[in-house]
Design a protein around this ligand. Structure first.
Ligand code: NDP
Length: 249
């Protein structure tokens, strides 16, 4: 575990890093933390206003000029990810990291009663979109000397729990993809692939899942950034196929 990891100020200097769900919650904190450590961040998400606000905060803090890439993972197709790859190739020529972070909770419901459309929607946003984006962008990651792919998991992606339905399954699928990719890329590329469970964090999604909880008892997204920085930067070279936690659970 790397809860207390202290990142060098220039840890990510010159790196090009894409963050999904960068407009809010953990993704927003990660985009800002990566930029504060020298990265040029590509902010991907569905609400342009939120992405613009993060863009402004990064610029105001003196970070490298970010890029905004609006995309709705519910409706994006393989073609959209292909176009994304072409644009990023033209603009940056390579990618040094992706944090797959965007996600939705869906319903907290027994499997028997789970609405199938909702199930599909959760799988689409939490898993299929990350798979399609990775397929499209892998060749850009291959052009980096030291690339890191981080997929966001959850405690319920490592052990099933009643009523967590599609959300839980989408995270199990994510863990599976991490194992497969890490195995496929070992020895043949400089890309490491890991899963990261943020643990209970003070965001809108957590509040939705646990409405009775006092958010002040939870760590903020800013407080769990150590492992996000560690996994994205060169100190985690050689670490691949691992399941990490961003805070004690
Ligand atoms: P938030 O709900 O605060 O943020 C989720 C982000 O994903 C938002 O930026 C949101 O954009 C984006 N997003 C949602 N749907 C789409 C879509 N269809 N297309 C594009 N972007 C989308 O969640 P958290 O920050 O709490 O969660 C981040 C990740 O961490 C998720 O993968 C979650 O499963 C995981 N996680 C969180 C925990 C916690 O305690 N918070 C615990 C365990 C795991 P917009 O704001 O525009 O809707």
């Amino acid at each position: 575990c790397k809860f207390d990891y202290q990142a060098a100020p220039d840890l990510l200097k010159g790196r090009i890093i894409l963050v999904t769900g960068a407009g809010d919650g953990i993704g927003k904190a990660a985009a800002k933390a990566y930029a504060a450590h020298g990265a040029t961040v590509i902010l991907v998400g569905r609400t342009i206003k939120k992405l613009e606000a993060v863009y402004d905060e990064i610029e105001a803090a003196g970070g490298a000029q970010p890029a905004i890439f609006p995309l709705n993972f519910e409706s994006a197709t393989y073609k959209d990810y292909g176009e994304m790859a072409t644009l990023l190739e033209e603009e940056f020529g390579r990618l040094d990291g992706i944090l797959h972070n965007a996600g939705i909770l869906g319903s907290i419901t027994p499997v028997e009663a789970y609405n199938p459309q909702m199930w599909e929607q959760v799988m689409q946003v939490n898993f299929n979109s990350a798979l399609l984006m990775t397929q499209a962008l892998l060749s850009l990651l291959q052009k980096s000397e030291d690339a890191s792919l981080i997929f966001t998991s959850s405690s319920v992606g490592r052990k099933g729990r009643a009523f967590w339905g599609a959300y839980s399954i989408s995270k199990f699928a994510t863990e599976g993809l991490v194992e497969i990719l890490a195995d496929e890329l070992e020895n043949v590329s400089a890309i490491r692939v890991n899963s990261l469970n943020p643990g209970a964090t003070r965001t809108a999604m957590r509040q939705l899942a646990f409405p009775g909880e006092d958010p002040r008892t939870l760590r903020t997204a800013e407080e769990i950034m150590g492992t996000y920085l560690y996994l994205m930067g060169p100190d985690s070279k050689g670490v691949s196929g691992q399941k990490l936690n961003a805070q004690p659970i």
